[in-house]
Design a protein around this ligand. Structure first.
Ligand SMILES: [Zn+2]
Length: 519
């Protein structure tokens, strides 16, 4: 604290109006952030903060008046710190007042990161111009800010106020994990990944550990979801809806993050307002008789009641397969889900076992490393291609953002596996780990009636079912066969079913590891 004596004292004034030509100016929050950073750098002590959401084109701003009064009544010299003169005044009355107060030494100094001011006649003239012709200056300002932001993104720096769990580091212009809150957040993710917690319980958990809203109350559900999906924890930077690679330290491992996304999407309620998928089970099954795709249509009976039916497209000609009503089809698919949905304790036992295995050292991993390198390289290539597609205007921004997000997350995951590999050979068990994760997902999904998510689940485990004689059958992978048979799920037809895999669940440790990682 030896420096406070030598520091310049200033009040901070930030303003942004809701007017048309102010739209491109930084938000008040961003101004505050930038100015605090600037003050820190320039050894300025901020004694009071004034913010105003009003135009400065006419005199009569309340906060501005309060600030002038505060300075006039102060017993020690105080200056004003603002982003640019045009934040302070855009009319000759307020502008003249400020220049007059500078003249009679009531305002000790004026400081702007975007404008150099010195109390000489020339300086005051420039200031007068800035107050008057601020349009020119604000245009310049927007360019400067944009340029600054682009540079920051290239350096992988966080652009604004640190997100929850991080703190701004004024030396590196980046963010660092908050030593306490980052751990709380990691624990919250770990807890949610178990599937045992609801969003409300998680909010309470966070509150118990001191992570609360400004008012001191626990977070609302939507805020918890926002936290659970925040890619900043993976080390990404967001700018205008787009995520970029950051250079700050991630709080979470991609595996944990994806585990949470799976639980979230399994629990997400289907949107009722937007009926974008009236036929959830199309582009999913093939006909068990002729191999054609299964499609859907509405059928209205003579009483005027409309039903959804699924049927073979019969593009190959003769096929005798009947229609099946959506409700009945959903029931059959739910039964499939139930057949692999294990009790929670069983899943937890598996997880324990995997962790034990992870702690044993495993050798001979050369091919896996090579495989990972290839995957990582491919993902980077895909990213590059995607960016050039977007730059050439070949794809919509929305699609670009969606795909980029997926690819970035994939890349982070591969990079994680790569890092882990050097240590314990964890990723040899990664397929098994993600298999158990899918088991959990199945357990969650089975309880919902989110048909679209059901379909996604089956697609994610890599097998599309076939429909024959109003019966759905699926080719499970080997591990899935094992689970289904362990549940006594007889009558589940599968090409890859091997009887030697039908061990009781307590013998899970005997399953050959290679079964889960053939790809
Ligand atoms: Zn058919």
């Amino acid at each position: 604290m030896e420096t406070t004596q030598t520091k310049t004292k200033c009040v901070l004034y930030a303003r942004k109006s809701t007017e048309e030509d102010d739209k491109q100016v930084m938000s008040i929050e961003a101004q505050l952030f930038e100015l605090e950073e600037y003050a820190h750098r320039e050894r300025i002590q901020i004694v009071k903060v004034f913010t105003e959401a009003k135009s400065a084109k006419k005199p009569g701003r309340e906060e501005f008046a309060k600030m002038i009064k505060y300075i006039e009544e102060s017993k020690e010299p105080i200056g004003i710190l603002g982003w640019h003169p045009d934040r302070l005044a855009r009319n000759s009355v307020d502008g003249g007042k400020i220049i007059y107060l500078v003249d009679i030494n009531i305002i000790a100094s004026l400081r702007f990161p975007q404008f150099w001011f010195e109390p000489t006649p020339q300086g005051k003239f420039m200031l007068q111009v800035a107050f008057g012709q601020s349009k020119y200056f604000s245009d310049n300002l927007v360019e400067n800010v944009k340029r600054g932001i682009r540079q920051k993104i290239r350096r992988g720096e966080w652009l604004t106020l640190a997100p929850m769990g991080y703190v701004n580091n004024f030396k590196t212009h980046n963010i660092d994990p908050d030593p306490v809150k980052s751990r709380v957040i990691k624990r919250a993710f770990t807890a949610y990944a178990t599937g045992k917690y609801t969003l409300v319980e998680l909010a309470d958990f966070l509150a118990d550990h001191g992570v609360v809203q400004k008012k001191g109350t626990p977070f609302a559900k939507c805020s918890v979801v926002k936290m659970l999906t925040n890619r900043a924890y993976l080390g990404f930077v967001k700018h205008r809806g787009e995520w970029h690679d950051g250079t700050f330290k991630p709080i979470l491992s991609p595996t944990l993050f994806e585990a949470v996304q799976k639980i979230l999407s399994a629990r997400r309620k289907p949107r009722k307002s937007k009926v974008r998928h009236p036929f959830p089970f199309t582009q999913f099954m093939t006909c068990g008789e002729c191999g054609c795709a299964i499609t859907a249509q509405y059928v209205t009976n003579r009483y005027g009641v409309t039903y959804t039916y699924y049927r073979c497209t019969k593009k190959n000609g003769n096929c005798a397969q009947p229609y099946i009503q959506q409700n009945l089809l959903a029931e059959k698919i739910q039964i499939l889900l139930q057949s692999v949905s294990l009790p929670r304790e069983e899943i937890e036992n598996m997880e324990k076992q995997i962790t034990e295995w992870e702690n044993e050292s495993i050798s001979s991993r050369g091919s896996v490393v090579q495989n990972l390198k290839t995957k990582l390289f491919e993902t980077k290539e895909k990213l590059d291609k995607l960016v050039s597609l977007y730059l050439d205007g070949d794809i919509e921004r929305e699609i670009y953002l969606e795909r980029k997000d997926l690819l970035l997350r994939q890349k982070a995951k591969f990079e994680e596996s790569f890092r882990d590999f050097g240590q314990q050979g964890k990723n040899r068990l990664e397929p098994l780990r993600s298999f158990v994760l899918s088991l959990k997902e199945a357990m969650e999904l089975e309880k919902t009636s989110n048909h679209l998510e059901w379909k996604k689940f089956f697609q994610s485990i890599g097998s599309n079912p076939s429909l024959k004689d109003k019966t759905v059958s699926i080719h499970w992978g080997e591990l899935w066969d094992f689970v289904a048979s362990a549940k006594g799920g007889s009558g589940l037809p599968s090409a890859s079913f091997h009887s030697e895999n039908s061990l009781p669940i307590s013998n899970f440790t005997n399953v050959s590891l290679s079964a889960g990682r053939e790809t």
